[in-house]
Design a protein around this ligand. Structure first.
Ligand SMILES: C[S@@+](CC[C@H](N)C(=O)[O-])C[C@H]1O[C@@H](n2cnc3c(N)ncnc32)[C@H](O)[C@@H]1O
Length: 294
């Protein structure tokens, strides 16, 4: 039975009834294969759609569904979050925030008020309401996903979420963990990164010392940055800086690259941001992950 839930922006969104997610008992190898194959098929589908090849797009949609579609992909991703397989990425965020005061308010009254106010977090691509960031109790979390597997997760495409009209509707932090690499084409990834800036509240002058907010927690598979023909860390930093972000925390593990990117006060004039898909390093064994902004 469908029922309605309210988003932070006040828009009503349809949410479905949610059976408890089935845990797939997949091996690590099967999990990786399934995730990779889903990404490849999504990329081919985006290419077919761009080329206007309806027959190929139909065949690819059928193949994606035959392999279990987004639901099975999500179950494989949940599998990858078990502690034995690297765990929940938001634990890294909580380690970073562990010793941070919630505010740098100048007056004792403001400080008292702010220390009781939870930070607001928009978690895009949320598979579970029980990850470290939710359990911390430090955030008021709004969770969204293309396919919700839990009543506390709104079924919503971030790219379609209504734009906020005031800071009350914006967030202190957005989490984009293993979501940007789900987007099948470079331009779509650029649009997603650009769009995050609209959903973060404005940094106030008196907050200069509040070093971790407003911010984007961005997590990508490490090879997207360490072994791509089109993206390395320098280029990622340059792209993010052109959007107004500064990296304040960064961690590279064997599998993932994590970053906390603070959005600064908006520049006087909006800078023109254009990033093409250009080779930054050659090599036959590299992948083609890229971010492009028109
Ligand atoms: C690999 S899972 C990542 C889950 C989790 N954040 C993590 O770090 O393990 C990617 C999720 O992002 C969701 N997703 C991708 N694009 C999205 C969008 N535009 N809006 C909302 N969710 C999206 C997918 O549905 C999928 O559940």
């Amino acid at each position: 039975m469908a029922r309605k839930s309210k988003s932070k922006s006040g828009s009503s969104l349809l949410s479905r009834s949610h059976p408890a997610p089935r845990r797939a008992s997949l091996s690590s190898k099967a999990t990786r294969t399934l995730i990779r194959s889903h990404h490849t098929l999504q990329k081919k589908l985006a290419q077919a759609q761009k080329a206007g090849d309806d027959a190929a797009a139909h065949a690819l949609r059928t193949e994606i569904e035959k392999k279990g579609g987004l639901e099975r992909y999500q179950l494989a991703s949940i599998n990858g979050q078990t502690p034995s397989r690297g765990g929940d990425s938001s634990r890294v965020l909580m380690e970073w925030l562990g010793d941070v005061k919630s505010s740098s308010s100048s007056s004792p009254k403001d400080a008292a008020a702010d220390s009781t106010r939870k930070k607001s977090l928009l978690e895009v691509g949320c598979l579970s309401p029980d990850n470290a960031v939710s359990k911390s109790g430090r955030f008021e979390v709004t969770r969204i996903d293309l396919h919700s597997q839990h009543a506390k997760i709104l079924e919503q495409d971030f790219m379609q979420r209504p734009l906020p009209t005031s800071d009350d509707e914006r967030f202190d932090m957005i989490s984009l963990s293993l979501v940007l690499n789900y987007v099948p084409d470079p331009e779509g990834r650029g649009q997603m990164l650009q769009r995050t800036t609209n959903f973060l509240r404005t940094k106030q002058q008196h907050e200069e010392e509040e070093e971790f907010f407003p911010s984007l927690f961005l997590v990508l598979p490490a090879p997207c940055v360490t072994n791509s023909r089109y993206l390395d860390e320098d280029r990622l930093v340059a792209i993010m800086q052109s959007l107004g972000y500064t990296c304040v925390k960064r961690k590279l593990s064997a599998k993932l690259i994590y970053g906390l990117w603070v959005l600064g006060t908006p520049p006087e004039e909006k800078r023109k941001v254009v990033w093409k898909k250009e080779e930054v390093r050659a090599g036959k064994r590299r992948n083609n992950f890229a971010v492009a902004i028109k």
